[in-house]
Design a protein around this ligand. Structure first.
Ligand SMILES: Cc1cc2nc3c(=O)[nH]c(=O)nc-3n(C[C@H](O)[C@H](O)[C@H](O)COP(=O)(O)OP(=O)(O)OC[C@H]3O[C@@H](n4cnc5c(N)ncnc54)[C@H](O)[C@@H]3O)c2cc1C
Length: 311
């Protein structure tokens, strides 16, 4: 397996004057969407993210595409890929094979997740009869398979299946103890939720609490889409943000996309400023495979070098 830098090394070896950032892509559904992803990847290459993570879908074809696209990012771009891997619908043998196919492509950074039931993410979770029940087991499995650098998910508002924030924290700490080197949060819109998560992890286990908790930011460009995403993840928009976006959307039959976008970018910038002031290790952006909104936020934060990109 080609030895690639770990995410923790990447985010720690950044420029002292600028906090590192990273980006999340999803596997494109058709050729046009794939062409757009490659344009976006080229744009980001010029902005120097610490890494690019690629999500892993619940359906079979998306999985194949995740593996292929992640491999191409490793082999054909200068971006450092992080492959997402979920346990949904996989036996342990299939999971081993999947990790092997990432290793064959020179990928050693894996974000280990349990995943959600296909169809209805909030529906009943069903373990594969020969699979794993929780992400913690998959962390151990991947670590046992070789020299992989593993990250896991964390949830500033608590995971929607967790009984309490205490149990949520306890199970996150178990994933870190099993060998995860860092976590990336679910997107959130209230920085206080991130700060409280960080405090809970440190209080639960100061050693594991020293591992980076990378906050995930999504610059909102559509009120309708963000509301749908929040429904699917079981989280909420803070009332003050909802009010700002609703005001920007206007009262017409269609939301005023330009005004919502402007408000969304302003809000993401404010979150970024606060997170930097609070000592976040780096910022991870959900890009939806576009570069412009993230780039504007990075420019507002002074994190994007001055390079001329496509409009
Ligand atoms: C940054 C990020 C990226 C993501 N990428 C993807 C992706 O690419 N594809 C995808 O399908 N989904 C993705 N997800 C969604 C994720 O798969 C779901 O949120 C899933 O429901 C939880 O995954 P997990 O790895 O946190 O699970 P787990 O850590 O297994 O936790 C699941 C639930 O079980 C509880 N729990 C954990 N261990 C135990 C235990 N031992 N006993 C009892 N309860 C326990 C937890 O508290 C939690 O409520 C992502 C989420 C994040 C935050």
């Amino acid at each position: 397996m080609t030895k690639t830098p770990s995410i923790v090394d990447r985010i720690k070896s950044g420029d002292d004057r600028r906090i590192p950032f990273s980006v999340e892509f999803f596997p494109p559904r058709d050729e046009a969407a794939e062409a757009r992803l490659w344009r976006t990847a080229r744009d980001f290459e010029q902005l120097g993210p610490a890494f690019a993570s690629i999500t892993y879908g619940a359906g079979g074809s998306t999985r194949d595409r995740t593996v292929r696209i992640t491999g191409q990012i490793a082999q054909e771009t200068t971006l450092l890929p992080v492959a997402h891997l979920t346990a949904v619908g996989h036996s342990i043998n299939e999971l081993r094979a999947m990790v092997g196919s990432y290793a064959d492509k020179g990928i050693s950074n894996i974000l280990v997740l349990r995943g959600d039931p296909p169809g209805d993410p909030l529906g009943e979770w069903e373990q594969h009869p020969e699979g794993v029940e929780y992400a913690e087991e998959l962390v151990s499995l991947v670590r046992d398979l070789g020299d992989f650098h593993v990250g896991v998910a964390s949830f500033p508002e608590g995971h929607h299946r967790s009984e309490s924030l205490e149990s949520d924290t306890k199970y996150l700490v178990r994933k870190l103890r099993a060998g995860a080197e860092y976590s990336i949060t679910q997107m959130f819109f209230d920085v206080e939720d991130y700060l409280r998560l960080r405090d809970r992890v440190v209080a639960c286990d100061p050693f594991e609490g020293a591992k980076p908790i990378i906050p995930e930011i999504m610059p909102i460009t559509s009120l309708r889409s963000v509301r749908r995403m929040m429904e699917l993840s079981g989280s909420k928009l803070p009332a003050a943000l909802e009010e700002r976006l609703t005001r920007a959307a206007g009262t017409g039959p269609e939301e005023d996309r330009a005004a919502v976008r402007e408000e969304g970018i302003a809000y993401a910038t404010e979150m970024g400023e606060r997170l930097i002031a609070e000592g976040a290790p780096s910022l991870h952006f959900i890009t939806l495979n576009f570069s412009r909104a993230t780039r504007e936020v990075l420019q507002n934060l002074g994190l994007a070098p001055a390079v001329a990109l496509q409009p």
